[in-house]
Design a protein around this ligand. Structure first.
Ligand code: ADP
Length: 243
C-alpha cells in the first residue's frame, strides 16, 4: 500500500510540468480563437450587408468594404504574430556569427526616424562604443527584439512625443528604448510579457494582440539575455535589454 502511495505521488510530480504545459497550450488556443472570432464576425456581417443591396456601386458600399479590409489587415497581422511565436518556439537555435553592430542600429534608426517624422514625433539615436566593432551573435534576433520595442514605443506615444534608442557595446550589448508615452503601471511590468496581455489604456490606442513582448521574451531566453522595464522620467517607459 505504501509503495502504491509513493508511486502515485511520484507520478503526480512527474506529470506536473506536462499538465502545466497542456493548460498553457489550451489557454493559448482559447485566446487565439477569441482574437480570430471578432474580425471574422465583422467581415461576415459587412459582406452580408453588401448582399442586401446588390445594385449599390462600390462607392456607395465603400464603408462596408473599407471596414472589411481593415479587419482582414488585422487578421493578417495576427497570423504573422502567431507564426512568429510558434516558429521561434521550434527553432530556438541561436546563430553565433560576427557582424558589425553599428550599421545594424544605424539603419534601424534611419527607418524609425522616417516613421517618427510622418507621425510628428521626435526620434533620437545614440551609440556608445566602437562603431567599427564586430559583435558575435544572432543579428536577426537582435534586430527583431529592437524592432518590437521601437514599434511599441511608436504605438504608445502621441504626436510631439519622443522615442529614443540607445545602444552601448561594452562587455555586454545593452539596448535601451525609451518613450515619453502612456507608460506602464509598476504592477503590470511583468505581466505584459505574457501572451495576449494588453493593458486597458493601450486598447483604445492601437489594435495589437499582446504578442510582441512574449515573442521578445522567447528570443531573449534563447540568447541568454534579460529585459528590464522601468519608468521613464518625467513620463513614459524604458525597456533595457542586456545580451
Ligand atoms: P501589443 O503592443 O501588440 O498589444 P505587446 O506584447 O508588444 O503587444 O505589448 C503588451 C502590452 O504591453 C501592450 O498592449 C501595452 O499595454 C503594453 N506596452 C508595451 N510596450 C509599451 C510601451 N512602450 N508603452 C506603454 N505600454 C506598453
Amino acid at each position: 500500500l505504501l509503495s502504491l502511495l509513493v508511486s502515485v505521488l511520484l507520478a503526480s510530480f512527474a506529470m506536473r510540468p506536462i499538465l502545466r504545459s497542456n493548460k498553457a497550450q489550451k489557454a493559448f488556443v482559447e485566446n487565439a480563437s477569441h482574437e480570430l472570432r471578432t474580425p471574422l464576425a465583422v467581415i461576415q456581417s459587412k459582406l452580408e450587408l453588401l448582399f442586401q443591396k446588390p445594385d449599390a456601386s462600390i462607392l456607395e458600399s465603400s464603408d462596408e468594404i473599407g471596414e472589411s479590409l481593415a479587419e482582414i489587415r488585422r487578421l493578417r497581422n495576427l497570423a504573422t504574430d502567431l507564426l512568429r511565436l510558434t516558429r521561434e518556439e521550434q527553432t530556438l537555435e541561436v546563430v553565433r556569427a560576427p557582424f558589425k553592430i553599428y550599421p545594424l542600429f544605424q539603419t534601424l534608426s534611419e527607418d524609425f526616424q522616417m516613421v517618427a517624422v510622418t507621425e510628428r514625433k521626435h526620434f533620437a539615436f545614440q551609440f556608445e562604443g566602437d562603431v567599427e566593432a564586430d559583435y558575435i551573435g544572432d543579428k536577426e534576433k537582435i534586430q527583431q527584439i529592437t524592432v518590437i520595442l521601437l514599434e511599441n514605443a511608436m504605438k504608445y506615444t502621441s504626436e510631439t512625443e519622443s522615442i529614443g534608442l540607445k545602444v552601448s557595446l561594452g562587455k555586454e550589448l545593452e539596448i535601451t528604448v525609451t518613450d515619453t508615452g502612456i507608460g506602464i503601471p509598476k504592477e503590470m511590468r511583468e505581466v505584459i510579457f505574457q501572451r495576449f496581455i494588453r493593458l486597458d489604456d493601450s486598447r483604445n490606442l492601437t489594435q495589437g494582440f499582446g504578442l510582441g513582448l512574449s515573442i521578445l521574451s522567447q528570443l531573449l531566453e534563447a540568447m541568454g539575455g534579460k529585459v528590464e522595464v522601468r519608468e521613464n522620467a518625467p513620463k513614459g517607459s524604458q525597456f533595457v535589454v542586456r545580451i
